[in-house]
Write a protein that binds this ligand. Structure first.
Ligand code: FAD
Length: 488
């Protein structure tokens, strides 16, 4: 049993820091200890609510001293937690320190799923360190192969310049972690030529990377995951001065990574692309795809998603229940199966009955919301009070940027869980905007808004209030009708 009233939070990513800050405000008389393996911690600045559910904010990486100065009841320890003893209610860190806790919140994030570990030719992108490793490698490169079809792969495919890109995806369409095949068509023209010129001011979260101090992450643990806009202001150029071109290889994965020596030894025939190579061109590494194409490249970026770090903790003899995706199971009060232990952010799997228009995606916005809500749950628990699920979990709302366009995803934006029993309304102006609405029984279930549509607030309300829209039919998306006036 703890001998002081210390609430311990593990992890200096956005979930852990949001949890710590909220706890500091809610529990003024208690001390809060944030233990994190990374030397820098995340901070949210310029927070603005741009609609009831969509948030706008910047993210910076700060030294931990700034959090301690701003919150007098917070202490930050830079150390890796190596074990948790739920009976004694204490954690042990890699530098041998034991910290007792009254309540513990695990916010240890996730790790990139690498297609190949310990291969210097394969890199994953997760934190500031991995981005600078990527930039350095790219600077001397003629061709990279990107594997994966989520947000990071999509941003890379768009941002990389002066370097040939082969994008290997296992699906029939690009960016499938976020958008369906129809929506992906809107983006396809932006895979080559100049970048989208209509990048205007964006209402969205923004991420800023500060240079790391000399000290590095504790015991090889990774820093916090990057977040939205991580690629802004980060030059991503190779050494071949030519117009952008991305070759997409659909419905395939990497079957084998082959060295130059093996290519020669096995006398394999390498597929050529464009004019940057001829019969005699050698590459540092080759990738054989499951569609039998064999390409040479300077290196491979593995952007195949994240595995929650739940397993890491379980290996340390903690009997935490994990979901099939490896996340720590939490209930609607962010509690794990172990008394006094909570979890939030990428590391957890939301295992309550979700509201009809919400779903978990391991996103920065959800890490913040979960961190703040976990703090409220801890406070309620300390006061023996019940708490009801925060309203941010009523509707999935996410704003991001793909190919220079603002992209807003609302509710069941891809008809998730609707068993294909829904209608789709579409409006598209090539190169300008794309609007897709999912309707079931005449009621809006979700929407994808690409470009400056200004429809997010109205659509949020229509999804939440489940108004019967049958009588409006396709007028709902008629650009000649001011839809705001309709539903005000
Ligand atoms: P993390 O940020 O991973 O933080 C985990 C923390 O725990 C770290 O500080 C780590 O050092 C610490 N830690 C781990 N183990 C231990 C231990 N044993 N002891 C002590 N400390 C430990 N999301 C979006 O919403 N939009 C985007 O556009 C977007 N783009 C992304 C681009 C990239 C390249 C990446 C990698 C992610 C992106 N994400 C995006 C996802 C988003 O960054 C994550 O969902 C979010 O940051 C998760 O926050 P977290 O606090 O849960 O975990």
């Amino acid at each position: 049993m703890a001998d002081t009233d210390t609430i311990v939070v593990i992890g200096g990513g956005i979930a852990g820091v949001s949890c710590t800050e909220t706890l500091s405000t809610l529990c003024k008389n208690e001390s809060i200890t944030l233990v994190t393996a990374s030397p820098l911690i995340k901070a949210v600045t310029n927070f603005k609510q741009i609609s009831r559910r969509l948030e706008e904010f910047d993210v910076v990486e700060n030294p931990s001293s700034e959090l301690q100065e701003a919150h007098r009841n917070v202490t930050v320890l830079q150390a890796k937690v190596v074990s948790i003893d739920p009976l004694k209610r204490e954690i042990v860190t890699s530098n041998g320190k034991t910290v007792p806790y009254t309540k513990l919140c695990i916010c240890t994030g996730g790790s990139p799923k690498l297609i190949m570990k310990d291969d210097p030719n394969v890199i994953g992108i997760r934190d500031t360190e991995s981005v600078s490793q990527f930039q350095t490698k790219l600077g001397g490169s003629r061709r990279v192969i990107i594997v994966g079809n989520g947000g990071i792969a999509t941003e890379l495919a768009y941002e990389i310049g002066d370097c040939e890109v082969v994008w290997a995806i296992k699906d029939k369409s690009i960016s499938s972690a976020f958008v369906d095949a129809g929506t992906a068509q809107f983006f396809l023209p932006h895979l080559s030529g100049d970048k989208n010129v209509q990048e205007g001011p964006m209402k969205r979260v923004k991420y800023t990377v500060k240079p790391s101090p000399a000290s590095s992450s504790e015991s090889g643990a990774k820093g916090g995951a990057l977040g939205p806009d991580w690629s802004l202001g980060i030059p991503m150029n190779g050494q071949v001065q030519r117009s952008r071109h991305v070759r997409v290889e659909y419905e395939c994965e990497i079957k084998e990574i082959i060295s130059l020596a093996e290519i020669r030894q096995r006398n394999l025939k390498v597929d050529k692309i464009g004019d940057i190579e001829d019969e005699n061109t050698d590459w540092p590494v080759y990738a054989l795809l499951t569609n039998s194409k064999l390409y040479g490249c300077d290196f491979i970026v593995s952007a195949t998603g994240v595995v929650p770090n739940g397993n890491e903790l379980v290996m340390q003899d903690l009997d935490l229940k994990l979901a099939a995706d490896g996340g720590v199971i939490v209930n609607d009060c962010m509690k794990t199966n172990i008394d006094h232990i909570y979890a939030a952010g990428d590391v957890c799997s939301a295992s309550w009955d979700w509201a009809p228009h919400w779903l978990q995606m391991r996103l920065w916005s959800q890490a913040r919301q979960m961190g703040c809500y976990a703090a409220q749950c801890i406070k309620a628990d300390l006061n023996d009070k019940a708490i009801s699920l925060d309203f941010c979990f009523e509707l999935f709302a996410h704003v991001t940027k793909f190919f220079g366009y603002k992209v807003i995803l609302l509710g069941k934006f891809n008809g998730q869980g609707l068993d294909d029993e829904y209608e789709i309304l579409l409006r598209m102006t090539k190169g300008v905007e794309y609007i897709k609405v999912i309707l079931k029984d005449g009621r809006m279930q979700g929407a994808i808004l690409i470009g400056e549509t200004d429809l997010e607030e109205t659509f949020e309300n229509l999804i939440l209030n489940q108004l019967d829209l049958s009588r409006y039919g396709e007028d709902l998306l008629d650009p000649g009708i001011d839809i705001d006036d309709y539903f005000d």
